[in-house]
Design a binder for this molecule. Structure first.
Ligand code: HEC
Length: 482
């Protein structure tokens, strides 16, 4: 695992341009940050303004200090990949500097953004970065440089050549990306959390029409009826970055907040289905690996006996990489896991699920594998055959659904050559993959995420995929056999 991290850091030091990827993105006809979105003199002005207004918190080299996140590198790029410069500009202008938001001129914010682009290795161009949100909204942040097609050697390099085709299973599903109807005036934001309750209602945790709820007044937890019609939404001002969503046996809605800002975040919430908050685990705004705190809680589930499991840690190579076990009252019982790729270690435990025998499946994303534990943390098995897991779901018949939103051929973030993104479906008993719903993003190698990150399956077998890049909840059903 250390090897992968070093490779990525090295590539970034040499400029993100070193991160080679596939053909130019066909998804967006408008411009990208690779087309030259700023000028060098503008970035120089931005460096000065950054030094005066931002460096004390984000560090002189933009690498972040404490709670103030890095503004260069893989964490920053993967957070903003697929969004627009308009999103980043508005987020910065409205919330930063944290102690004095909106205090700079629009020109100064644009200059600082130019400096941030330069520091991330994006090329300068002929024209200055605009201060108009509409113009900025037309420029896409692509973390990876579009280039000519990959050489065949990239694929041959890994075990993929000897293993059976990891993308070869049939796809018996049809997709419906428009099933859920948001209320008038709202659009679906990025989501990694979807679940259904006992009435077939569909619950979504979406990131406030964007990929972040910080500063938003929108309600990120949204309920739809079984026909996809909007019912209600709640949770405004409570969550920064809704990440994992789970509906328990009592139809209680559990949501994790993966970010923290010193006053809120890094918590796991339980709501009843009217939206009343029943419990908040962790301490608001305290991101730490303690017995009563969480660092970056990714996912939560509740076992039939009430035991609560939380998968904690979203940053490869540092911070938390653990499974936390709490009793039904929320009291800490134990934790296990440590950064690494040895059996039983983990890196970015992004998702968890229980099978009918009570085995805990952990999506060990950075290691491109599932680890299976008993409920005391004893490792039982390691499964690479379902891809790079962002989301896991196991139904009553022990059918396992695994969402891979990150596999990429090039070196660097998501490196998993030969594996396509999509949902692999098979048996949690035998480990055999039986179906594969490929992601539809035309150029997955150009970005860190696409397709479903969160996944759930209702009682009738309809599969729901929660997508970060595409900002959609896609419903997959099998057409009746003729
Ligand atoms: C007083 C400290 C402080 C100052 C000054 C400050 N920031 Fe921040 N910034 C933070 C903290 C803390 C966070 C993380 C919490 C959050 O996301 O709101 C953050 C988050 C951000 C993010 C979001 C990063 C991400 O990946 O989601 C951006 C962008 C940002 N700051 C830009 C700036 C810029 C540009 C300036 C200068 C104009 C600035 N900040 C000044 C503390 C600060």
């Amino acid at each position: 695992m250390g090897k992968k991290l070093i490779a990525l850091t090295g590539a970034l030091a040499a400029g993100a341009a070193a991160l080679i990827a596939g053909a130019p993105s066909a998804q967006d006809a408008s411009k990208s940050v690779w087309d030259g979105a700023y000028t060098l003199p503008q970035a120089e002005r931005g460096a000065t303004a950054y030094g005066e207004n931002c460096a004390k918190c984000h560090g002189p080299q933009l690498t972040g200090l404490g709670e103030a996140k890095p503004l260069v590198g893989p964490e920053f790029l993967s957070a903003w990949n697929g969004l627009s410069l308009g999103d980043l500009f508005e987020r910065t202008r409205v919330t930063m500097p944290m102690d004095k938001p909106r205090s700079l001129s629009k020109e100064a914010y644009a200059d600082i953004l130019a400096y941030v682009l330069k520091a991330n290795g994006f090329p300068a161009g002929a024209g200055e970065l605009s201060t108009h949100s509409e113009v900025l909204a037309g420029v896409r942040i692509d973390a990876f440089k579009p280039t000519a097609a990959l050489s065949a050697t990239t694929f041959a390099s890994d075990a993929a050549a000897t293993a059976p085709d990891p993308n070869g299973a049939p796809n018996p599903y049809v997709a419906d990306a428009g099933f859920l109807k948001m209320p008038l005036g709202r659009t679906m934001g990025s989501s990694s959390g979807v679940a259904t309750d006992s009435r077939g209602h569909i619950w979504v945790a979406e990131r406030c029409g964007a990929n972040n709820c910080a500063g938003s007044t929108l309600d990120p937890i949204v309920e739809f009826d079984a026909k996809g019609r909007f019912v209600q939404a709640f949770g405004h001002g409570l969550l920064l970055f809704p990440h994992g969503l789970y509906v328990d046996a009592h139809d209680h809605i559990w949501v994790t907040d993966g970010h923290s800002d010193g006053t809120k975040g890094a918590q796991v919430f339980e709501f009843d289905r009217t939206g009343k908050m029943l419990r908040a685990l962790g301490k608001p705004g305290v991101s730490a690996e303690g017995p009563d705190t969480f660092a970056e809680p990714n996912a939560v589930l509740v076992a039939p006996n009430g035991t609560i499991f939380v998968a904690d840690g979203h940053t490869p190579g540092k911070g938390a990489a653990r499974i936390v076990k709490l009793d039904a009252s929320g009291t800490f019982i134990k934790q296990w896991g440590a950064h690494g790729d040895a059996p039983g270690q983990m890196d970015v435990p992004h998702t968890i699920a229980l099978d009918s025998r009570g085995r805990l499946f952990v999506g060990d994303r950075w290691n491109n594998r599932i680890e299976i534990f008993d409920q005391d943390g004893k490792l039982l098995d390691v499964w690479p055959q379902f891809g790079r897991p962002s989301g896991l779901f196991i139904d009553r018949n022990d059918t396992l659904y695994v969402a891979d939103s990150e596999s990429r051929n090039p070196e660097g973030y998501g490196h998993h050559p030969g594996w396509k993104r999509g949902v692999r479906i098979g048996s949690a008993k035998t480990g055999k993959v039986e179906a594969f719903i490929p992601d539809t993003e035309p150029n997955p190698d150009a970005g860190a995420t696409s397709g479903a990150e969160g996944i759930w399956v209702d009682r009738h077998g309809a599969v729901y995929g929660a997508q970060v890049l595409q900002k959609a909840i896609v419903r997959y059903t099998k057409p009746p056999a003729r």
